[in-house]
Design a protein around this ligand. Structure first.
Ligand code: FE2
Ligand code: FE2
Length: 434
């Protein structure tokens, strides 16, 4: 069995490029992890992981490295590690540095394969099909390894569509193809320039958006907005791990899954407030001592679907009387019933999610819709959802600045500190003001 190497970095492109560099030199099973929390899960009880390579600059919690596996740090400005025991690599994209750091730890080197081309021996390098497609649009001379040192050419530089070749061989369960060494370095340079461009882009956007990817489902969320609701790293990871399980269930219904993927593609008010409501609910529930995976999953379902059928303008209507046209009133009422209906086709949903959707425009004093229910007629979980949804809307209006928080939360008291809203309101108040 091959050794395994665990790499931890919050950026997908970093993980992939490091994989490309390592795979061409070592026979190693690479495990990529986007967080320390996830890495801890991999580490638990495994004996095949021979080294851990991690980005020291990434958001760091603790790694429960109870197996005493050698650690290699990488990142910027690591000279302070000189006197410590942890070995480090200043630039993980410098192949030679990486090879010399990993060389003593990994047993099996990749064979240096070559083919004869026009009478000369030409060295080849192995590349993973997924990363090949990720970092390049160019076509190369590509070779498929048959057995021993036998290869056949399966792609020709300039002639074949790279994406088509990749898809074709992926469907045949082939994981790697080979490039001429000279092409490999061209490919690597191209990949590095893509990463560099991504890096400056992500520096620009770092204050603005973080992309959360769960399998092939992705959304962008603003760090500033998350900060305004006081989301802790722990709660964030808790929500994401519940989302992960839920996505697996959602995928069983292709149409609904596709629809929800499309819905979250571009950040806008509807997407932002749906996600922020989920995160804020999770914080309130935690404060209420009511945070468990089953409950948070129902909140996520409600958050994902509650406004999937409405426009931004109409989503913000608090009182149906604000609308003059019957057609608009009908649209607003329909977005609730259609969302509740779509849930019927989804596995894993229970009545709580359904109720949160039906109730999300109700208000404690009975001025909401569709039924004008009051604080004692609404179930506690609906109250948490309605409250979080209301606060997120307010924050949106304030552009997520917190200077008026105190007045706003205090003013809410007369309406919100009653019936089944009392506990959620008190917990939200202490969350946002203490
Ligand atoms: Fe909403
Ligand atoms: Fe709504």
């Amino acid at each position: 069995m091959n050794d395994s190497l665990l790499i931890i970095d919050e950026r997908n492109d970093y993980l992939s490029l490091i994989e490309v560099i390592i795979e061409s030199e070592f026979q190693v099973n690479i495990i990529k992890s986007k967080s320390y929390d996830e890495a801890n899960k991999y580490l638990y009880g495994r004996k095949d992981i021979k080294a851990i390579l991690f980005n020291l600059n990434a958001t760091c919690t603790t790694l429960e490295n109870t197996n005493h596996i050698p650690l290699i740090a990488y990142g910027k400005d690591l000279a302070f590690l000189k006197d410590k025991e942890t070995p480090y690599v200043e630039n993980p994209f410098d192949e030679e540095n990486l090879y010399s750091a990993l060389g003593p730890l990994l047993t099996n080197k990749e064979d240096h394969l070559q083919i004869e081309l026009d009478g000369t021996d030409t060295p080849l390098k192995k590349v993973n099909l997924i990363t090949l497609g990720l970092f390049s649009e160019f076509s190369y001379d590509l070779y498929l390894k048959l057995s021993g040192d036998k290869f056949i050419q399966v792609g020709k530089e300039g002639n074949d569509d790279l994406k088509e070749i990749i898809e074709h061989y992926k469907s045949k369960k082939i994981t790697h193809l080979y490039l001429k060494e000279s092409d490999y370095y061209k490919y690597l340079d191209h990949a590095k320039s893509i990463i560099k461009a991504n890096q400056s882009l992500s520096r620009e956007n770092s204050k603005k958006f973080t992309t959360i990817e769960i399998f092939d489902f992705a959304f962008q969320i603003s760090r500033d907005q998350l900060q305004a609701i006081g989301l802790t790293k722990f709660q964030e990871e808790f929500v994401h791990s519940a989302m992960e399980e839920l996505i697996v269930d959602l995928k069983e219904n292709k149409t609904i899954y596709q629809r929800i993927k499309e819905f979250f593609k571009e950040p806008n008010y509807i997407v932002d407030h749906s996600l922020l409501t989920i995160y804020l609910c999770s914080m309130i529930l935690k404060k209420m001592g009511w945070s468990n995976e089953q409950t948070i999953k129902q909140v996520i379902y409600a958050g994902f679907f509650h406004d999937i059928f409405i426009t931004e303008e109409l989503a913000r209507i608090r009182n149906l009387e604000e609308l003059n046209l019957d057609r608009e009133k009908r649209l607003v009422l329909n977005h609730i019933s259609s969302a509740a209906e779509i849930l019927e086709g989804i596995k894993g949903i229970n009545n709580d999610a359904h109720k949160m959707i039906i109730d999300h425009h109700e208000l404690p004093d009975g001025t909401g819709y569709p039924h004008g229910l009051t604080a004692n007629q609404l179930p506690p979980l609906s109250c948490v959802f309605i409250l979080a949804h209301y606060i997120v809307d307010y924050l949106y209006d304030e552009n997520f600045e917190t200077k008026n928080h105190t007045t706003f939360i205090q003013q809410m008291q007369s309406v919100w500190d009653q019936g089944n809203f009392t506990r959620p309101y008190k917990c939200a108040r202490s969350l946002l003001l203490d």
